[in-house]
Design a protein around this ligand. Structure first.
Ligand code: PAF
Length: 285
């Protein structure tokens, strides 16, 4: 049976959004959500196309979440273009956009946070204290408001995906979390809203991240299993960038790996100028 598409709508009020999705659920429609902070690029559009294949109703959320930014991070200058984002997203068959104000998501006196205690600690969590509590909290709220059956996230934010999967499991959200492989520019740079900050020279330096991952993978394919050697091969490609971390960690628990024996994620975070970029690849022995 073909289910009629609904007219596109932008909703800003959490209560109005909840009421809409409750109607859809009552009608037996499958709902997919793609949470974003806007500044949509081709990677986000792939998330939406993926969601479209899985659901009757596709909801895009756009919210630059203040609680996941540290005091010296780029919250104020984070790129915002809601009209442009919605124009792009609608080419992917979007049904509803949820674009709330910060005051609606964090009313005065808000003091409840979701913490995924261990997975939030290492890697990006170590250099961005509080970041994953902010992410888990807003994603939990977006799930409560949009009540999806399915949610689609990109694999570029590998640790974020691990944190969200664990939160959904531990707190019984009953939502299927679908991951979308990293979408790359033709030269290998992982797509990111923050790539817009890069100068032409910075962009060349930034290619070191994907080159580093490729070098490490080649080494593993040639038989190398020592984590320090694999990490060193990736780090050697990052000339001109300031390394935040290059680490090989268990693909699920994100615990440190010294010898590659099962699926492990090689994750890189590095500053190119003031822009912090991340990339990763899962390596198997
Ligand atoms: O990946 C992002 O864009 C954000 O961290 C998310 C998941 C939308 C939460 O604000």
């Amino acid at each position: 049976m073909t289910i009629a598409r609904i007219p596109f709508e932008i909703i800003r009020d959490p209560a109005a959004m909840r009421a809409r999705v409750e109607d859809f659920r009552r009608d037996g429609r499958v709902i997919a959500v793609v949470p974003t902070m806007g500044a949509l690029h081709e990677g986000h559009l792939e998330l939406l196309r993926n969601a479209r294949k899985r659901a009757d109703i596709v909801i895009l959320t756009i919210f630059v979440n203040p609680t996941q930014f540290g005091p010296n991070e780029d919250l104020a200058k984070y790129p915002r273009d809601e009209a442009g984002d919605l124009e792009k997203a609608r080419t992917c068959g979007l049904d509803l956009a949820f674009c709330p104000e910060a005051s609606a998501m964090y009313p005065a006196g808000a003091q409840t946070f979701v913490e995924v205690r261990e997975l939030q600690q290492p890697m990006c969590g170590a250099s961005r204290p509080g970041h994953f509590a902010g992410v888990a909290t807003i994603v939990a709220k977006l799930f409560h408001i949009t009540k999806p059956h399915v949610a689609v996230f990109g694999e570029k934010d590998y640790q974020q995906l691990a944190v969200i999967r664990r939160m959904v499991r531990d707190l019984d959200f009953g939502i299927e979390i679908v991951s979308q492989p990293i979408i790359r520019e033709a030269d290998g740079l992982a797509m990111s809203s923050r790539n817009a900050y890069l100068t032409a020279e910075g962009r060349q330096t930034a290619l070191g991240l994907s080159r580093g991952l490729a070098a490490a993978e080649a080494l593993v394919k040639s038989g190398e299993r020592d984590a320090a050697t694999i990490v060193a091969a990736a780090s050697a490609q990052l000339a001109g960038a300031r390394i935040d971390y290059v680490e090989l960690r268990d693909a699920t628990e994100l615990s440190p790996v010294t010898t590659l024996a099962g699926p492990a994620v090689l994750a890189i975070a590095a500053f190119v100028g003031a822009t912090r970029l991340i990339d990763n690849r899962v390596l198997t022995s």
